[in-house]
Ligand binder design. Structure first.
Ligand code: FAD
Length: 457
């Protein structure tokens, strides 16, 4: 009996361009494993919208793997205990996975690798989720990039490998270890089930990802440079959850866009640099594993942001922001879009974040946590990275004094009100609230607080 290979799936829920799966199937019959790990220290438990996505993504992955003769085993627990145990039960000869870049994840993976190797198992990791490994892209001084433009100049000067095809159908391994049933994990919301609008907006899985990519390159890419700033239009790719869950690899997206660069030069270049921001965020997380909790610019530790437990009226303001009841239409439309569909347009994310941290004076970490729980694309790098960018305390961040005015932003980016009216049916009626904050006064107060930070005095 040949020993099967074991592939440990994580943020790479696809069978095309999956180097770990490829290496495993090259070695012979293969089993797949997904571990719901809510126990390893430093691995952030998934938010509610992400749990919904994961459920459907695993259903889709199982279908794809069945087609190529690779059974999927589901288990729950700390990776360092579960993965070696499943490998032993399966009598696996080799263990394969694609790399992760968060601090807790890297520690868990290192522990699994060490246990596997000490029991004589071949354990191999591959590059699949980023175009470039963070430790390989450094400044001339050998340190990490802190500024996007030189980072992007360097990154985009590289050639990236072409995507791998899906493996051929395999002989199914003779035995598979026991697994949990997906229903047992309770990933779907119940009482109340708030997922109906999510399911109308999204179909998790690689097939839908491929359709989104095709639709984007065929119809949207050529106008992307201009239309991407219009939340009322379908002017962006909406690929973020598909990239987050690895239904598509960045290599697949990169080359699909590259093939259109002659027909849509402006759109392709603008879009490629957005993929660059994704890489930049992950490189920052790699170098700063506590990105979700610690200000990258430590002088902001003294900024008097309001946080839970501080008392005062901000708790009510935070709730109004979360529920899309601030009385500022662009922000409210965005927050309602987020609550209903698990996604918000990037321009609106920036304006909404700016209002929370600058005008309402609420700690960016509370906004980050809300997005973590509600976004289907919430990822451990892009979310905290962009919150720190919006708060002014991050890498290559928006200068603090750049405080978006949500009313001006609405005029510029949603001039005919398509977006705000779509999400706020009561707009213009007495049911819509007054603005919850004086934009001018709160702006002045934020600037004053910023000027009084130790390093700015
Ligand atoms: P497109 O414009 O089509 O861009 C293509 C891809 O580039 C995206 O799918 C995404 O993978 C990447 N990308 C684009 N902009 C950024 C960016 N600023 N940072 C990192 N990657 C980017 N994006 C996430 O994927 N997950 C998050 O948790 C997340 N949280 C955010 C929080 C805040 C406060 C802000 C301001 C932005 C956040 N973003 C996050 C970035 C951005 O808003 C989304 O990636 C984008 O809106 C996704 O829509 P799209 O796929 O249509 O983007």
């Amino acid at each position: 009996m040949t020993s099967p290979s074991l592939v440990w799936f994580r943020d790479d829920l696809r069978i095309t361009d999956n180097p770990a799966l490829h290496a495993a199937t090259d070695a012979g019959p293969t089993l797949a494993l997904y571990v719901l790990d809510e126990e390893s220290p430093g691995v952030r438990p998934l938010g509610g919208a992400a749990r919904w996505w994961l459920h459907h993504a695993l259903v889709a992955l199982r279908e794809e793997l069945d087609r190529i003769g690779v059974p999927l085993v589901l288990r729950r627990g700390a990776a360092a205990a579960v993965v070696p145990a499943v490998a032993a039960e399966a009598g696996a000869g080799g263990l394969f996975w694609n790399r992760r870049y968060g601090g807790g994840e890297r520690r868990a993976d290192a522990a699994v690798k060490q246990i596997a190797r000490s029991s004589g198992l071949r354990a191999e990791s591959h590059q699949a989720s980023l175009l470039h490994e963070p430790w390989e892209l450094t400044t001339r001084q050998g340190g990490p990039y802190k500024v996007f433009t030189p980072f992007w100049k360097e990154l985009s000067s590289h050639d990236f490998r072409h995507p791998l095809p899906a493996p051929q159908r395999q002989r199914v391994p003779e035995k598979a270890p026991w697994g949990d049933s997906l229903e047992q994990w309770g990933l779907l919301p119940r009482d109340p089930d708030w997922s109906v609008p999510l399911a109308e907006a999204w179909t998790p899985g690689p097939r839908a990802a491929g359709e989104f990519l095709e639709e984007f390159t065929d119809s949207v890419l050529s106008g992307y440079s201009e239309d991407r700033e219009r939340p009322g239009q379908a002017g962006t790719s909406r690929l973020s959850p598909y990239l987050r869950w690895g239904h598509l690899s960045p290599f697949e997206v990169w080359h699909a866009i590259g093939r259109r660069r002659h027909e849509a030069p402006g759109g392709s270049a603008a879009f490629a640099s957005e993929l660059g921001w994704r890489e930049f965020a992950w490189h920052q997380l790699y170098h700063h594993p506590d990105l979700a909790t610690v200000n990258l610019r430590r002088e902001f530790d003294a900024y008097p942001w309001w946080s839970k437990g501080d008392g005062g009226g901000q708790a009510a303001l935070l709730r109004r922001w979360q529920r899309g009841r601030t009385g500022l239409p662009l922000v409210d439309a965005g927050q309602r879009e987020l609550w209903a569909t698990g996604w918000m347009h990037n321009r609106v994310r920036m304006v909404s974040a700016s209002l929370l941290v600058k005008n309402l004076g609420i700690d960016w970490r509370l906004g980050e946590q809300w997005f973590w729980d509600t976004l289907v694309d919430a990822d451990a790098a892009s979310n905290p990275f962009n919150w720190q960018w919006a708060a002014g305390c991050g890498a290559d961040a928006s200068p603090f004094f750049r405080i978006f005015n949500p009313l001006t932003q609405e005029k510029t980016h949603d001039p005919d009100g398509t977006y705000t009216r779509r999400w706020i049916p009561e707009l213009g009626t007495p049911d819509y609230p007054e603005a919850c904050v004086d934009l001018k006064e709160s702006r002045e107060a934020a600037l004053e607080a910023f000027r009084s930070l130790p390093r700015n005095r």
